[in-house]
Design a protein. Structure first.
Length: 341
């Protein structure tokens, strides 16, 4: 049930959520609906976003068409809105979807439109690793998006999460799927550290910031309660999925070679090469750096805890609830073995 106290936060005002039909978006939409906002989900394919409507009351959630490459559609999506959330982002470039266009240029277009509409309550999702000096195009574009947003909307709140996990994620699910079909699971950057953060906690942070309980113009870094190496995370995923597989730890040099090959095969196959096996040189570059909350963010109070998530969910409390389906007999494994549930 949606509590009356939460309803007074949004008080029926409109918030436009760009990219709200994605993995993180559905959780953000749910959190904002609970706070009483009327949620306008701006996405490229609103016809594929009807599943979001039950996350709120009748008529509370509505999808509209918008594309960051078409500024007029962004302006239209902001008419009558009181707040903005930008979740638009990509993990790899495909076709017209380029980092510079989507993550840097897209943020700029949204920021300009919000400023023109007189909206200063804005939350922008970036990523730990955003750095204008990064050798990764992804990292540079994220930093450029942040700068563009703050240049137009100085009061905007920037949220930089580490790897986000949850039932529909493309991280744990990807490697569990690989373990289902292949005897070996290759990884690059086995010793790279991550601080996985639960998607529901990220959504809570967005709702908190939008409710005015964050420092205007601040950049928050969001990480879960545990810091683990890439290898340890994969070992845990395999354990939960009950798949005994060899984890092949590749060097960064060999990883880049594999990335060149998979990118070439993707291009030659006109995009038909399995997404599960794709890797890019940019992703390999990102894996050279730890993806954890900085000490500066902790000292300055720019963390998940500062946004009201005092007890963030661990991977052990959430991941088993959706990786069980990768076991040989799914959720019925323990019953078949005569074990207690």
């Amino acid at each position: 049930m949606i509590g009356d106290n939460n309803l007074t936060i949004g008080a029926g005002r409109v918030v436009t959520v760009f990219g709200g039909s994605g993995f993180v978006g559905r959780h953000v939409v749910r959190a904002l609906a609970r706070d009483g906002w009327r949620v306008r989900v701006a996405c490229r394919r609103p016809d594929l976003a009807f599943y979001l409507q039950p996350l709120g009351r009748v008529g509370q959630v509505m999808a509209v068409q918008a594309n960051v490459r078409h500024p007029e559609s962004i302006k239209a999506a902001l008419r009558g809105a009181s707040a903005v959330v930008n979740l638009v982002g990509i993990l790899a470039e495909t076709g017209a979807q380029k980092f510079a266009t989507v993550q840097a240029g897209g943020a700029h277009v949204i920021a300009e439109a919000a400023k023109e509409a007189g909206i200063d309550n804005v939350v922008h999702i970036s990523a730990i690793g955003a750095d204008p000096e990064s050798r990764s195009a992804y990292g540079r574009s994220k930093a450029e998006g942040e700068a563009a947003m703050l240049a137009e909307i100085p009061s905007a709140v920037i949220l930089r999460p580490s790897i986000i996990f949850g039932p529909e994620d493309d991280f744990f699910n990807r490697f569990a799927t690989m373990a289902r079909y292949f005897p070996v699971v290759p990884i690059v950057g086995a010793n790279t550290k991550f601080q996985p953060v639960y998607v529901g906690d990220v959504a809570h942070a967005v709702a908190t910031a939008l409710a005015g309980r964050a420092k205007a113009g601040a950049v928050y870094e969001l990480g879960g309660p545990e810091v683990k190496s890439f290898a340890d995370i994969i070992d845990y995923a395999l354990k939960v999925a009950q798949r005994e597989r060899r984890v092949l730890k590749l060097s960064f040099g060999f990883g880049k070679l594999m990335a060149v090959v998979t990118q070439m095969l993707t291009k030659l196959s006109l995009g038909l090469f399995p997404k599960l096996l794709r890797m890019t040189r940019d992703q390999v570059e990102l894996l050279k750096h730890d993806n954890v909350v900085s000490e500066a963010a902790k000292v300055e109070g720019r963390t998940l805890q500062s946004l009201g998530v005092c007890d963030p969910q661990s991977i052990e409390s959430i991941v088993p609830t959706y990786l069980y389906r990768y076991r040989k007999v799914g959720q019925y494994q323990t019953q078949r073995m005569g074990e207690s549930v």
